[in-house]
Design a protein around this ligand. Structure first.
Ligand SMILES: C[S@@+](CC[C@H](N)C(=O)[O-])C[C@H]1O[C@@H](n2cnc3c(N)ncnc32)[C@H](O)[C@@H]1O
Length: 192
């Protein structure tokens, strides 16, 4: 049996929720794999906003999207995702359908440049304010690197404290140990 990676599982899960005019955010562009997935499935009328603090990540994403002929529907920004509210046009505030966070460090690069608890929580608060009714926020958190355990615990606690009348929380693979295993946390905004 072929094993599907966790990011592959996330893509497979999100795919039916993407359509021709989806507005999406990739909060951690990295090497552009999630951005490519989103850009390829939001259609010509969709828009993707992708953030990363590292020039190398933005460049890698830019190249990947250009090679697929998808650059025109993507705005890449070399800035922290905690600034998303100021960066995304107001017309899309409250209208974003899908938001992905893939926390941690850029693979094959400086492992000290990681997402951090304070900015991640700030960005998550900005992200839920961006969501449309039925919008989905997907977060992959990794407790295995230095700082990752605290960040993963903080993200889970943040998600568990969201108001239940507005958001549904889904912990995928709930049997896995949050101290050691990657965690996939999904927050769905209920319909307006
Ligand atoms: C695991 S990688 C993302 C993988 C990526 N989604 C992909 O498909 O290749 C995490 C990324 O988060 C970025 N990052 C760290 N702090 C950030 C911040 N405050 N805002 C945006 N990106 C950040 C890192 O530079 C790194 O590239």
């Amino acid at each position: 049996m072929t094993r599907i990676s966790l990011t592959g599982q996330v893509h497979r899960h999100l795919l039916p929720h993407l359509s021709d005019d989806t507005i999406a955010i990739d909060a951690t562009a990295g090497n552009g794999h999630d951005s490519l997935f989103l850009a390829a499935n939001i259609g010509e009328n969709g828009r993707l906003y992708a953030f990363d603090i590292q020039r190398q990540a933005i460049e890698n994403s830019r190249k990947r999207l250009a090679a697929a002929g998808l650059s025109a529907r993507v705005t890449l920004m070399q800035t922290g995702h905690e600034h998303m509210a100021a960066q995304i046009p107001e017309i899309h505030h409250g209208r974003v359908n899908i938001i992905m966070f893939n926390l941690g460090y850029l693979p094959n690069a400086d492992k000290s440049l990681i997402t951090t608890t304070a900015t991640t929580i700030k960005a998550l608060n900005a992200a839920i304010a961006m969501l449309a009714g039925s919008g989905i926020l997907s977060i992959l958190a990794y407790p295995g690197h230095p700082g990752g355990r605290e960040e993963t615990a903080a993200v889970i606690q943040w998600a568990q404290n969201l108001p239940q009348q507005t958001f549904t929380l889904c912990m995928h693979n709930p049997d896995q140990n949050p101290q050691t295993s990657p965690q996939w946390i999904e927050v769905i905004k209920l319909d307006d």
